[in-house]
Design a binder for this molecule. Structure first.
Ligand SMILES: NC(=O)c1ccc[n+]([C@@H]2O[C@H](COP(=O)([O-])OP(=O)(O)OC[C@H]3O[C@@H](n4cnc5c(N)ncnc54)[C@H](OP(=O)(O)O)[C@@H]3O)[C@@H](O)[C@H]2O)c1
Length: 340
């Protein structure tokens, strides 16, 4: 048996299909036979800009879902045959065996979650990066306490970019915590965004979008003190910061660095989420997020895989095609490569 992989042979090179050995899990690693993998913007950005990766050849990709083939000696929570999703650690350890874009991937058990039988591998594959980025942003950057029992948060929570992979997850998590969610997306995606839990939806192309958000919050008797900017490009972070400033101040989490030249309102605390923290300084948090929160939320359906899926057929050989499509931009969907 071999492991078909989409290998990046050197910086900025196109992916090549190669046979690699199937790795053996060590310590707290699990070996997954991937049923589906998904792409993220960071994958084509690494390929184009030679960032984040120091070792070549390498195998990129963070998002997988499949069946556990074998486990390391320290693994207690998982066993062979479990259907799982997981956030692959190729950025942290630069180890080819931890990249998603191959038939077999090693996962760290703290970033692995069992998925219910009702969730397909294609749906499972779109979860990891979205929940990692959302979870770090909401619980670590914004400092919202982990939910316990039936206690709920209250007040307004703004998500800008609610049709994106990360933004649609942020809408769902903020709603499940109890917030009233004010969500910004283009009108094509308003009805889906409401389904994910937004109470109010706004069009980012409307020149009155900021006033509309403020009016809706006022109408609800809410103040918006928390915001998640899932886009963080083309002026979105400045717009979100100004909403919080007008509301009297608050906390904003961004997915890309806040522009250095932009003015930061004095009463808004701005910080950037960084999903790979789950494999460095936040492993205990990762274990709670994946082994506990995600498993529970999928089981009770307070979190569903989002956004819509577009399949790219052709197996590992089609990963480069998926990266090329992703580079052109997606609208309210995520690309998934099903594997046999
Ligand atoms: N810091 C981290 O650890 C981390 C992790 C993951 C992702 N990221 C970054 O987070 C960003 C989002 O990633 P993703 O995978 O969620 O992206 P994505 O799903 O590919 O985002 C595409 C969506 O963004 C929407 N959009 C584009 N411009 C917008 C704007 N000005 N206002 C509102 N919505 C807008 C589009 O909506 P329409 O088509 O309707 O216009 C589209 O549905 C990327 O820049 C990514 O690199 C960071």
């Amino acid at each position: 048996m071999s492991n078909t992989a989409a290998v990046i042979p050197e910086a900025k090179a196109r992916l090549q299909v190669q046979d690699r050995p199937i790795p053996q899990p060590q310590g707290s690693e699990v070996l997954v036979k991937n049923g589906a993998i998904a792409t993220n913007p960071v994958d084509w950005k690494i390929q184009d800009y030679a960032m984040m990766i120091n070792e070549y050849p390498n195998v990129l990709g963070s998002d997988i879902s499949g069946t556990i083939e074998s486990i390391g000696p320290e693994v207690k929570r998982f066993k062979k045959g479990d259907r799982v999703t997981g956030f692959a650690d190729f950025v942290g350890n630069q180890d080819l065996n931890h990249g998603a874009f191959q038939q077999y991937t090693l996962l760290n058990d703290h970033a692995t979650a069992k998925i219910p039988d009702s969730i397909s591998f294609e749906e499972g594959a779109i979860l990891p990066m979205a929940i990692a980025t959302t979870g770090v942003g909401i619980f670590l950057n914004l400092g919202i306490p982990r939910p316990e029992g039936t206690e709920k948060q209250s007040g307004g929570f703004l998500v800008w970019g609610a049709s994106s992979s990360v933004g649609s997850a942020a809408v769902q998590v903020a709603r499940s915590l109890g917030y009233t969610v004010y969500a910004v997306a283009s009108p094509n995606h308003h009805s889906k965004t409401r389904e994910y839990g937004a109470s109010h939806v706004f069009d980012y192309n409307d020149s009155n979008v900021l006033a509309n958000i403020a009016n809706a919050a006022k109408g609800d008797g809410n103040t918006i003190r928390l915001a998640y900017d899932a886009i963080s490009e083309n002026g979105t972070s400045e717009q979100v910061a100004s909403v919080l400033e007008q509301q009297g101040g608050g906390k904003l989490v961004v997915t890309l660095p806040f522009p250095e030249t932009a003015k930061k309102p004095d009463n808004v605390e701005i910080s950037a989420t960084f999903a790979p923290r789950l494999h460095t300084d936040s492993k205990e948090f990762a274990a709670w997020l994946f082994n506990d929160f995600l498993e529970r939320s999928l089981a009770d359906k307070t979190f569903v895989p989002s956004p819509a899926i577009e399949k790219v057929e052709g197996g590992i050989a089609s990963v480069q095609k998926a990266l090329d499509l992703h580079r052109k931009g997606l609208s309210g969907k995520k690309l998934v490569i099903p594997l046999a």
